[in-house]
Design a binder for this molecule. Sequence first.
Ligand code: PLP
Length: 399
Amino acid sequence: MNVYLDYSATTPTDPEVLAAMTPYFTEVFGNPSSVYSLAAKSRAAIDKAREQVAAAFGAHPEEIFFTGSGTEADNWALKGAVDKAREAGKHGACHVITSAIEHHAILHTADYLEKHEGVKVTYLPVDSEGRVSIDDLRSAATDETVIVSIMFANNEIGTIEPIKAIGEFCRERGILFHTDAVQAAAQIPIDVQELKIDMMSMSAHKMYGPKGTGAFYLRRGVKVENFVHGGGQEKGRRASTENIAGIVGMGFAAERMKQRLPTEKPRLTALRDRLIDGILKSIPHAKLNGARGEERLPNNVNFSFIGVEGETLLLDLDANGISASTGSACTSGSLDPSHVLMAIGLSHELAHGSLRMTLGRGTTDEHIGHVLSVLPGIVARRRSMSPVWEQYVKEHGGS
Ligand code: PLP
């Protein structure tokens, strides 16, 4: 049996999405900036996709800008806000607030701004389930704070952040609020107006659309610098000939995702909880990472097993037809423990023994049953060879 449980790394392109995209490679290939009618068809397709993405998140179409990825949208938010503040005369004093558990698309951009533009960055800590605190945000904010960027939901442990409270605080204080919703946008309903979000990053390949297309929501009237300089595409804010097929795919995927949410969210939540409860019952000393219930993404399961290396677990699972990950797809291959697991207070040993399983449209009850039938044996076998486990049992008892 093949069980794909890495939907947060990427999703397969929905065949319907692919079918909607295909004509834009071969038949309707005109450059949207040209004047003839073939080009007008390309323009119309982009307009429609912009409406579809906007409608999925409660935005106006003119507030959606297509990008090459979620990473690019994250870069745009931080760099664009800082550049605009500098233009408005805030020299040397720009302050950015983010969290310790952001995706590297945010963390490395913040790092760049610190190193190259002299920006001061505050990384808010999180509690043991990965939540930032509004009190910490309130204490960190200063008159020099240009932007707060807190992810909607964490890609490794699935914890959903208090976005409404953060949005309200930022709006009151006149500070820009950006959220990286690359994971959340595909899993839970989001209304940018209700949540007082100024900027939001999204990615098509996490919602059964194509890789290499993202979107940036920029609320009307919010001033950030343009990102890619060149031609007049995307109102001159993100130059480069549009990836029409990718954009069409993203629009279609966002529309389908919104239609499916009312049934898919409870379905995945039930499967997620069956997997979580099954692991807690069958594997001693299994540690669930992240929040529970409504504060966790419906598709995310993340555990640490003391005495087991995450990487070996992945190989054993793969031998049983199961594709999973140890954390973020972007950091796999790295020997450093996950910054997210360290931030929620895990020891190095536990952080190295983590397993992320992310569910999606293809996940069935049978798949969860298969994981529950093989995982306890795999963990027990690995632990029986582990000096870390031997020591742990000596200290804590149990088996
Ligand atoms: N932000 C988060 C939270 C993610 O999980 C990812 C991808 O895993 C990204 C950003 C990057 O998105 P993209 O692959 O579209 O660049």
